[in-house]
Every structure is written in structure tokens, then in C-alpha cells.
Design a protein around this ligand. Structure first.
Ligand SMILES: NC(=O)Nc1ccc2c(c1)=C(Cc1cc(-c3cccc(C(=O)NCCN4CCCCC4)c3)c[nH]1)C(=O)N=2
Length: 304
């Protein structure tokens, strides 16, 4: 297969921007298919010391693109020219989840169950492949033309190296010298959804994505994330003190589920001891009656 070049695409509007990348809507001139092409400026990557993150993103996307799950953006091909790197990915026609939450203010129970259920399925698949996202938030949950989710942006992801993990697909955190968590020397993620362990010990575990799931479920119901402050210092203090409240509109089941995910100790978070599937989250009363295994085959409930 001949390597693609930018000349194989008609570039359209900007559909996403990052510190070292811009995402364009583009059309493949040979297939007329629409794609999202993430363009990274090489100089910017070097200036922002993001080479490691770009490599991790490509590795994670390559693993996911061949893993058969529909819950992630697919990486079709990559190429480069003198100044830039190009990642050709799936185009999710309906953009990300955040404008939908903002537009309706609060999801009803059916929407919250459906969309948080699809995110949980995506996390089961991701963690079984030993990949942590580490920057899960509504802006990274995209919606395809049928309104099913596609998780995007693996720039902060981390692949747990096989030699680190002596148990197959065990979701409990890794056993090593410092009490069972791998140390990461870089703070990653977005402040409002970052887990306490990433703030303090800089340790990482799949359970950090479960904390972010708890924040997203809260936000689907409340319309805003649980921890908010104009100052990052105050925001981190609120996270570490579990300083959040439930506004009206939270059923007892929803409150109980969020409370069991927003737990300081990653070992004690609902699901952190599960293997293969997050059965202890699937079986929470909040999800009573939801068939997780056919979510991707059913019509999503309308968001209104
Ligand atoms: N950091 C990254 O890797 N980012 C990526 C990667 C892949 C990718 C990606 C980002 C995508 C982002 C994206 C953005 C958009 C988009 C941008 C601007 C407007 C719209 C839009 O209006 N969509 C219609 C849906 N609206 C949304 C708001 C409520 C009313 C209805 C979509 C569509 N897809 C995408 O489709 N594929």
C-alpha cells in the first residue's frame, strides 16, 4: 500500500485543537470518505516536550484500531512531511458529549445509564488491553452519526508494560514495591477529572479512569463536574478533601454509584478489584435492567 500524503485529502474545517495539534475534517479524494485528521507540528512537539505523548497516542490507537471494539476512534493511517505529523482517524459526525450535556442541562436516567454504560464498556475493553486513558472527560467522548460513543484523545494514555503486570487482565492495581501502584513521573489529565492518586503519589492505575467515570456520571446528572474552582490549587484541595455536594435531581441509586466511584483510595473504588469485566459496577442498582452487552447494537435514547 502506498503511503498517503496530504495531497490525498481535501482539508475542511477545524474540528478540534490541542496544545500541539489541530484536528481537521478531511475528505479522502480516492474514497470520498470523511475523516478527522490530527495534524501535529513537529517543532511544537519538540518545544512542548510531547514526543513521548505522541508516541504513546500512536501505540494506543494502533492497538485499539485492531482490537475490534466500536467504542474508540480508529486510526486508519499516519504519514508526515517536513514540518508535520498526520494521524488519519474516524470522524464522529456529532462531535463530543459536552455540548449535549450543556444543551439539555441534565441527562435523564435513560440517557445517563446508556451513555455511562457505553463508557464503562469502553473502559473494560481498554483496561483488558492494559491501556489507561488518564484524561477521560466529556470532551473526549465523541458521538458518531448513530449517537454511539467513540472515545478519543490518547495523548495522556499509558500502556501498562506486560513485565509490570504479573496477572492476566486483573483490574486491581499492579503489585510492586510501593504498595501496589506504578509511579508515573508526569502529571497528566485535565484538572477537574484528575484522580487524587495522580495528584499526590503520581501513581497510576486503571482505577484512575473509574474516578473520571464517577465525575462524568455526576456531570451528566448535575450539568457540571463535581469539583469546580477558578483556582487550580483550590480545585485540587476540593478533590483531595472529596469536597462536593449533590444538587437536586440525584436519585439515591445515582448518589450511591457516584459515591462509590469518587473514593480517594483507588483500591477501594467500585470495580477496582474486578477482573475481565467491571461486574461490581454493572450490578449496581443504578444499572438495573440495562443490558451492557447489546448497548452498541441498540438505538440510543434521545437526548432532550
Ligand atoms: N485530540 C484528538 O485526538 N481529537 C480527536 C480525534 C479524532 C476525532 C476528533 C477529535 C473528532 C472531533 C469532532 C468534532 C466535531 C464537530 C465540530 C464542530 C461542530 C460539530 C457539530 O456541530 N456537530 C453537530 C452536533 N451538534 C453538537 C451540539 C449540540 C447540537 C448538535 C461537530 C465532530 N467530530 C472526530 O470526529 N474524530
Amino acid at each position: 500500500v502506498t503511503k498517503r500524503t496530504p495531497k490525498d485529502y481535501i482539508f475542511g474545517k477545524v474540528i478540534g485543537e490541542g496544545s500541539y495539534s489541530t484536528v481537521y475534517l478531511a475528505k479522502d479524494i480516492h474514497t470520498s470518505r470523511e475523516h478527522a485528521i490530527k495534524v501535529c507540528e513537529k517543532q511544537q512537539i519538540i518545544r512542548e516536550k510531547k514526543r513521548e505523548q505522541v508516541r504513546r497516542e500512536k501505540d494506543a490507537l494502533n492497538i485499539l484500531s485492531n482490537s475490534g471494539s466500536s467504542f474508540f476512534v480508529k486510526l486508519y493511517c499516519t504519514f508526515q512531511d517536513a514540518e508535520r505529523l498526520y494521524f488519519v482517524m474516524s470522524y464522529a459526525k456529532n462531535g463530543d458529549l459536552l455540548p449535549y450535556i450543556n444543551k439539555v442541562g441534565s441527562f435523564d436516567a435513560a440517557c445517563t445509564r446508556f451513555y455511562s454504560g457505553e463508557i464503562l464498556r469502553a473502559l473494560e475493553h481498554l483496561h483488558d488491553l492494559k491501556i489507561m486513558h488518564r484524561d477521560l472527560k466529556p470532551e473526549n467522548i465523541l458521538l458518531d452519526q448513530n449517537m454511539h460513543i467513540k472515545v478519543a484523545d490518547f495523548g495522556c494514555s499509558k500502556i501498562i508494560e506486560p513485565e509490570d503486570d504479573d496477572t492476566s487482565s486483573d483490574k486491581s492495581i499492579l503489585n510492586d514495591s510501593n504498595g501496589g501502584r506504578q509511579r508515573s513521573n508526569s502529571f497528566v489529565g485535565t484538572a477537574q477529572y484528575v484522580s487524587p492518586e495522580l495528584l499526590t503519589e503520581k501513581s497510576i492505575s486503571p482505577s484512575s479512569d473509574l474516578w473520571a467515570l464517577g465525575c462524568i456520571i455526576y456531570q451528566m446528572i448535575a450539568g457540571l463536574p463535581p469539583f469546580r474552582s477558578r483556582s487550580e490549587y483550590m480545585l485540587f484541595k476540593k478533590i483531595l478533601n472529596l469536597d462536593y455536594v449533590y444538587p437536586d435531581g440525584f436519585t439515591a441509586d445515582a448518589k450511591d454509584l457516584v459515591q462509590k466511584l469518587l473514593v480517594i483510595d483507588p483500591n477501594e473504588r467500585l470495580g477496582s478489584k474486578d477482573t475481565q469485566r467491571y461486574t461490581s459496577i454493572r450490578s449496581h442498582p443504578f444499572y438495573d435492567g440495562l443490558d451492557f452487552d447489546t448497548l452498541h447494537l441498540t438505538n440510543p435514547p434521545p437526548i432532550y
